[in-house]
Design a protein around this ligand. Structure first.
Ligand code: PMT
Length: 209
């Protein structure tokens, strides 16, 4: 199979030195790409700005913003059999971008924002027979919001991660996740290394293929 995996945050620049972003380090998505390659699959990794080496056997495209990630996903999707959207995509971007550094004296105390496209929703018409897996990072009941996103984004599986605990979610090497499927089936996993969570995701995709 050929996997398309997204990882890391996006950065939404206000000027060349300031941006809106989030705490994603790319570890979970890079682990999925590494697990796909280790299982003998081809893999294209679309990475936001992170400081991680490219896993062996993985092809990589670096992007910065959500709009760039959307373009890279659209062009990678044609050859892909499965998409795993692990990236923490910024939902908003500053309405205006200043090409030179803003002077603090001239800056307004309010930043006007506009919505970024939802990548999964934008590419839904291209899905065809491909397997689409999303992630949901939640601080409340991870499964409740993930169930809504699974349906709203037309996914075959969503990985709900509990990011309220210090050992799970953003910027750590472990994750506590539940796989949710449209049939209502759920697979609860204990706290595992991200490499192990990634291997289980790849196996779940293989089982759906
Ligand atoms: O990178 P790490 O430090 O290892 O952390 C991993 C992680 C916590 C970032 C990762 O496991 C994770 O949960 N990623 C999804 C983060 C998230 O907040 O997703 P969301 O609930 O905003 O979005 C739900 C799904 O829609 C995701 O698959 C997301 O990629 C996708 N999405 C979101 C926004 C958007 N504009 N377009 C999208 O396609």
């Amino acid at each position: 199979m050929r996997f398309l995996v997204t990882a890391g945050p996006t950065r939404e620049h206000l000027d060349p030195v300031r941006f809106l972003s989030n705490r994603s380090t790319g570890r979970m998505g890079f682990a999925v790409a590494a697990a796909a390659a280790a299982a003998g699959h081809e893999c294209l990794l679309v990475a936001g700005p992170v400081s991680l080496p490219t896993p062996d056997g993985v092809e990589r495209v670096d992007v910065v913003s959500a709009l760039e990630m959307l373009d890279a996903v659209k062009s990678g999707l044609e050859d892909a059999d499965a998409l795993v959207m692990c990236a923490a995509v910024a939902d908003w971007r500053p309405k205006a971008f200043a090409p030179t550094k803003l002077k603090k004296e001239g800056m307004a105390p309010v930043i006007e924002l506009e919505r970024n496209p939802d990548i999964l929703k934008s590419i839904a018409p291209m899905k065809g027979g491909r397997i689409f897996v999303g992630f949901a990072a939640e601080t409340g009941d991870p499964c409740e919001e993930a169930t809504r996103k699974l349906a709203a984004k037309g996914l075959d599986m969503i990985v709900a991660n509990d990011v309220s605990k210090p050992d799970s979610g953003f910027a750590v090497d472990t994750n506590r996740v539940t796989f949710l499927f449209p049939s209502g089936r759920r697979t609860y996993l204990p706290l595992l290394k991200k490499s192990e969570v990634a291997a289980r995701i790849v196996a779940a995709v293989e089982a759906m293929a």
